[in-house]
Design a protein around this ligand. Structure first.
Ligand code: GUN
Ligand code: ZN
Length: 437
C-alpha cells in the first residue's frame, strides 16, 4: 500500500480547505483493483496505523487533489490565442475551419495524445471535453484517456445548421452516432459520455429534440453545451427560438436541463434563468480566461451564490488561453474583483483562495455529479493527485516562504503558479504506478 508523507491539502464537505503541514496520504486498491484514498490527515494521527511500512517522504512538497476542468475543447488545442472581434467571428474564422481537420482519425489521434499529456502536465486529472462533430475525434480522445486510465467525459458535437461544410452534421445520422458512442464508451473504465449540442444556434429543433430524447433515455450520461456567453450570440438564439422565454430556456424546452447538464459561460442570465439552473440541477462551467480573451463579459458570482445555482471552473481552451488551473483560478479572482464594480452600485468580490481552489477540484466534481469520486482526497476518493513544489521558481520560493497562513500560501500559488508548480501528476490506476510530469 503506497503511503506518502508531505503537506496535504483536501476539502471538507462544506468546501473549506483542510491542510496538514505534515500530512499522510495512504492509497490502496478497492475490490476492482482501482486505487483509492484509504486515509488522509495529520502524520501524527495516522502514522501509528499507516506509517509502519515503506513511506514515500516528499519534504517541502504539497499533495493536493488533481484538478477538474469542467469545460475544454480538445480540438481547439491549436486554436489558443486566435484573436477575433468576439465569439461569432472567432468561431467562423478560426474554430470551424480548424475543427474540419478532425475528420481524419490519424490527426485526431495525434492531437488527443498531446492534449491528454498537456492536461496531466498541468495537474488536470478529470476533464469534461468537447470533441468535434466527427465520431473519429471522440474515439481518438476516449482511446487516449483510456490508455492513461484518466477520468474523462466527452462527446460528438451536434451541429446540423449554420455551420460550414466539413463540420456540419446530418440530423438523423448525428443522433445515431451519438447513441452508438454512448453504448460503446459510457461507463467503460473511467470514461463517460456527454451529449454535446454545440449551442442552440447551430442545431435545428429536430436535433435538439433528438438530443433531449437521448438525455432522457440515458439519465446518467452527461450533457454539455454553451449558453449566454456573448450578446450577439444571445440575439441570434432568441431570433431562432422565439417561443422560448430565454436563451437558456431553449435547452429546457428540449429536455436538456437536468442533473449532469453542464453549460459553459452562463454570463448574461437573468434571475429566472439562474433559478432554472438551480431547480433543474444543471450547472455552469465558469471560464474566465475565455471570457476575458473573447471579451464576452463577467460571470456574476454574487448572483449565482444568492440564487444557489451550482458552478465550477473551466479553461475553455481554445477560447480560453491556458491549460493551467492556476491561470484559470487567478482569472476567476480578477473577474470577481471586476464583476459589477461600479455597476448597479455593487462592489467587486474578493473570492477566497480556498473557494477558488475548491471550484477547480471538489466543487467542480460536485457540479459534475462526481462528489466523493474525484476532486478530493478524502477516504474513498479515487486517488488522483498532484505533487506541488512551492519552490519551483525563485519568486514562488520567496513568496511562499513568507506565507503566514493557509490563505496566503494558496493565494501565492494561484497568483504565481503554472505548470512549473506541478512536479508530478498521479492518476488512480487499476494497477498502481503511472505518473506524468
Ligand atoms: N459557442 C459555440 N461554440 C463555442 C466554442 O467552441 N467556444 C466557445 N467559447 N463558445 C462557443
Ligand atoms: Zn467552450
Amino acid at each position: 500500500m503506497p503511503v506518502f508523507r508531505s503537506a496535504l491539502l483536501r476539502f471538507a464537505d462544506d468546501g473549506t480547505a483542510l491542510y496538514d503541514a505534515d500530512g499522510l496520504l495512504a492509497v490502496g486498491p478497492d475490490t476492482q483493483g482501482r486505487q483509492r484514498v484509504l486515509a488522509a490527515g495529520a502524520w501524527s494521527d495516522l502514522a501509528p496505523r499507516f506509517g509502519c511500512g515503506p513511506v514515500e517522504h516528499l519534504p517541502g512538497r504539497i499533495i493536493a487533489p488533481g484538478f477538474v476542468d469542467m469545460h475544454i475543447h480538445f480540438p481547439q488545442t491549436d486554436v489558443i490565442g486566435s484573436p477575433a472581434d468576439g465569439l461569432l467571428p472567432w468561431l467562423e474564422n478560426y474554430t470551424f475551419p480548424h475543427e474540419k481537420r478532425f475528420a481524419a482519425p490519424e490527426y485526431s489521434a495525434q492531437v488527443a495524445q498531446f492534449f491528454v499529456a498537456e492536461l496531466l502536465r498541468n495537474g488536470v486529472t478529470t476533464a469534461l471535453a468537447f470533441a468535434t462533430s466527427h465520431p473519429a475525434s471522440v474515439e481518438a480522445l476516449f482511446r487516449e484517456a483510456q490508455r492513461h486510465q484518466m477520468r474523462l467525459i466527452t462527446g460528438k458535437v451536434l451541429q446540423d445548421r449554420h455551420s460550414p461544410d466539413g463540420v456540419r452534421d446530418d440530423t438523423a445520422q448525428s443522433l445515431i452516432d451519438t447513441e452508438a458512442l454512448i453504448r460503446r464508451w459510457h461507463g467503460v473504465d473511467r470514461l463517460g459520455y456527454a451529449i454535446t449540442p454545440r449551442f442552440a444556434p447551430t442545431s435545428t429543433p429536430a436535433q435538439l429534440r433528438g438530443a433531449g430524447e437521448l438525455a432522457a433515455r440515458y439519465p446518467d450520461v452527461w450533457i454539455q453545451s454553451h449558453v449566454a456567453e456573448n450578446l450577439d450570440e444571445i440575439r441570434w438564439a432568441r431570433e431562432l427560438f422565439p417561443a422560448s422565454r430565454s436563451y437558456l430556456s431553449v435547452y429546457g424546452d428540449f429536455g436538456l436541463l437536468r442533473e449532469r447538464a453542464v453549460y459553459a459561460h452562463c454570463i448574461h442570465l437573468d434571475e429566472l434563468d439562474r433559478a432554472l439552473l438551480r431547480d433543474t440541477g444543471a450547472v455552469a462551467a465558469v471560464s474566465p480566461t475565455s471570457n476575458l480573451f473573447l471579451g464576452s463579459g463577467f460571470f456574476d458570482y454574487a448572483e449565482a451564490d444568492r440564487v444557489g445555482m451550482r458552478y465550477g471552473l473551466a479553461s475553455d481552451v481554445g477560447g480560453g488561453t491556458s491549460f493551467s488551473p492556476f491561470h484559470t483560478m487567478l482569472a476567476a479572482y480578477c473577474v470577481g474583483r471586476a464583476t459589477v464594480e461600479g455597476l448597479q452600485g455593487k462592489r467587486g468580490l474578493s473570492l477566497s483562495p480556498q473557494h477558488l481552489w475548491w471550484q477547480h477540484t471538489a466543487g467542480a466534481a460536485r457540479a459534475l455529479g462526481l462528489a466523493g469520486v474525484v476532486g478530493n482526497l478524502q477516504p474513498g476518493c479515487e486517488a488522483d493527485f498532484v505533487v506541488l513544489n512551492p519552490q519551483a521558481t525563485p519568486l514562488l520560493a520567496r513568496r511562499t516562504a513568507q506565507a503566514g497562513s493557509l490563505d496566503e500560501l494558496l493565494f501565492a500559488m494561484i497568483v504565481l503558479g503554472d505548470d512549473r508548480l506541478v512536479e508530478k501528476t498521479v492518476i488512480s490506476q487499476a494497477k498502481y504506478g503511472s505518473c506524468a510530469g
